[in-house]
Structure formats: structure tokens, C-alpha cells
Design a protein around this ligand. Structure first.
Ligand code: BV8
Ligand code: ZN
Length: 231
């Protein structure tokens, strides 16, 4: 712990990469833990373009429930610590696989949303963008008649290019990369940690199969460990 606090104090460019485990302390379940979403539902039946096309009602109800569950959710203290480090210019880049926008709600700016977000919507047919989810929740159809969908990256889809490129650049130039609350099982984000020449730090409730690459590992709750590091 003390070593890592020294590294943080000396660093000039810290990059943060988060996953669903960063949001469980705010009450949002993750995907692959015991209580994770993918224990109840097979992602291929709800989070693919094939799912959208073959069973739109199921696709819509899956995402509707997640959008509605976000209404009363607020960021926990760990999110505020990361936003503060960003304001202090210690953190130079935040990238997330989460679609919940909790980093932004805690005051972080310029967050690279590698898997998109669930608050905005687009048309699967014409690509028209809607800046909230109202029309997706109520009418489900675009003005063109096409099916609406959240602006998330479904399995089999490409990641948003700008967010991806910016994150790679930031990671290459980082002194420290924090990887927080992710099982590192989803490609291509799981390729990012190995791209740094800086120190690599992992904060997660449990070990991951590919965590030998880290210079320091903290197994526990992200909010609690970030509070200890923020001394
Ligand atoms: C792509 C948005 C190029 C939507 C998500 C076979 C078939 C089909 C596809 C593939 C295949 N094999 C490989 C693939 C590629 C696939 C992939 O990697 N699949 C894996 C799962 C096998 N990847 C893709 O399809 C990607 N695109 O490859 O494009 C391409 C294109 C065409 C053809 C070929 C190639 C796109 C992936 C994006 C998918 N969309 N999200 C939505 O949210 O509905 S990803 C999905 O996993 C989740 O949604 C989440 O965003 C993401 C990452 O998960 P994690 O964040 O890591 O969450 P997880 O639950 O796994 O882990 C949480 C961890 O936190 C746990 O370890 C837990 O212990 C810990 N934790 C819990 N609480 C705490 C905590 N830690 C600390 N503190 C706590 N309090
Ligand atoms: Zn349309």
C-alpha cells in the first residue's frame, strides 16, 4: 500500500480503466460474479444485433429494466475520488466499460466510454441519434420506422474508434494504469493493460485469470481501496 501511495504521489499521468465492479457499491449488479447479470440471462440472447432483430421485445425489456434501474443510482465515494484526482491533473484519462455514466455524475470529464452508454439512443436502421432514452422506452421506433436501441456496444460490434484510440494513446504514455472492477474477460478492452510501460495496478474483489501482469494487486472493494489510497 505504501509503495503504491508513493507511486501515485510521483506520477504525472495516471490512467484509469474501470468495469462493472466499480458500480456494484452504487447498487448496480456486475455481469460475471455470483449475482452478475449474465448468471440469469445469456448475453447472446439480449446483447447482440441478432437478438435485437430476432426478439426485439426481449431486447427492449432487458435494456428498459437497466435504464429504469439507473434513475435513483448515485456514484459512491470511489467515483468522487477519481474525479478529484482528475481535477488535480494527477489522472489524465478515464476510460470505462460501464454504460451507466456514473463517472460523469461524480464530476469526471472527458470519459472514454469504450462500450458506449445506456442514456442515449440511436436508430438501428438510419443511425439517427436521440440524446435521451425517452423515445426508446416509449415508442421503440424511430421517426423512420426503424428499431431504436441504446448507444451501447453490443457483442460482435466495434468499439467507438475515437474513445478506443484516445485510450490507447493515454495508456501508452501513462506512468500508472489503474484497472478497477473488471474481470478482464471481454475483448478488446482486456488487451489494454498490457499496452503500458508504466506501473500496472489492479483493484478487484477477486483475482482474474490474467492478473500476473500487474505490479500491484488489491483484492477488495474498489470504493474502500481508493479511499485508502487517497491519503
Ligand atoms: C468486438 C455493453 C470486434 C452492453 C458490453 C465468441 C462469440 C462472440 C463474440 C466473441 C467470442 N469470443 C470473443 C468474442 C468477442 C467479444 C468477447 O470478448 N466476448 C467474450 C465475453 C468471450 N467481444 C466483442 O464482441 C467486442 N467487440 O470484438 O469487435 C469484432 C467485430 C466483429 C467480428 C469480430 C470481431 C464487443 C464487446 C462489448 C460487449 N458489450 N457492454 C451492455 O452493457 O449491455 S460488454 C459486457 O462485459 C458487459 O456489458 C461489460 O461492459 C463488459 C465487461 O465486463 P466487466 O466490466 O469486466 O464486468 P464483469 O462482471 O465481468 O467483472 C466485474 C468484476 O468486478 C468481477 O471480477 C468482480 O469480482 C469485480 N467486482 C464486483 N464488485 C466489486 C468488484 N471489484 C471491486 N470492487 C467491487 N465493489
Ligand atoms: Zn431511423
Amino acid at each position: 500500500m505504501k509503495n503504491v501511495i508513493d507511486w501515485i504521489q510521483q506520477a504525472t499521468s495516471i490512467v484509469v480503466l474501470t468495469g462493472a465492479g466499480m458500480s456494484t457499491e452504487s447498487g448496480i449488479p456486475d455481469f460475471r460474479s455470483k449475482e452478475g447479470r449474465w448468471q440469469q440471462v445469456n448475453p447472446l440472447t439480449v446483447a447482440t444485433v441478432e437478438a435485437l432483430k430476432s426478439n426485439y421485445a426481449l431486447f427492449q425489456s432487458f435494456y428498459r429494466a437497466r435504464i429504469q434501474a439507473l434513475v435513483d443510482v448515485t456514484p459512491h465515494n470511489g467515483y468522487y475520488i477519481l474525479a478529484k484526482w482528475q481535477q488535480q491533473k494527477r489522472v489524465t484519462h478515464i476510460a470505462t466499460q460501464n454504460v451507466d455514466r456514473l463517472h460523469q455524475k461524480a464530476g469526471a470529464t472527458h470519459v472514454s466510454e469504450l462500450h458506449g452508454n445506456i442514456e442515449t439512443t440511436r436508430c438501428q436502421s438510419c443511425g439517427k441519434q436521440y440524446d435521451d432514452a425517452t423515445r426508446f422506452l416509449n415508442e421503440a421506433r424511430c421517426t423512420c420506422g426503424g428499431a431504436l436501441r441504446p448507444n451501447v456496444v453490443l457483442f460482435g460490434e466495434y468499439l467507438p474508434e475515437e474513445a478506443w484510440e484516445k485510450t490507447i494513446q493515454a495508456i501508452r504514455h501513462a506512468d500508472i494504469v489503474f484497472v478497477i472492477g473488471t474481470s478482464l474477460s471481454v475483448y478488446p478492452v482486456n488487451q489494454l493493460p498490457s499496452m503500458t510501460t508504466g506501473k500496472l495496478i489492479y483493484i478487484n474483489l477477486e483475482p482474474a485469470s490474467n492478473d500476473q501482469q500487474f505490479d500491484a494487486t488489491f483484492y477488495g472493494k474498489a470504493g474502500e481501496i481508493l479511499a485508502q489510497l487517497d491519503e
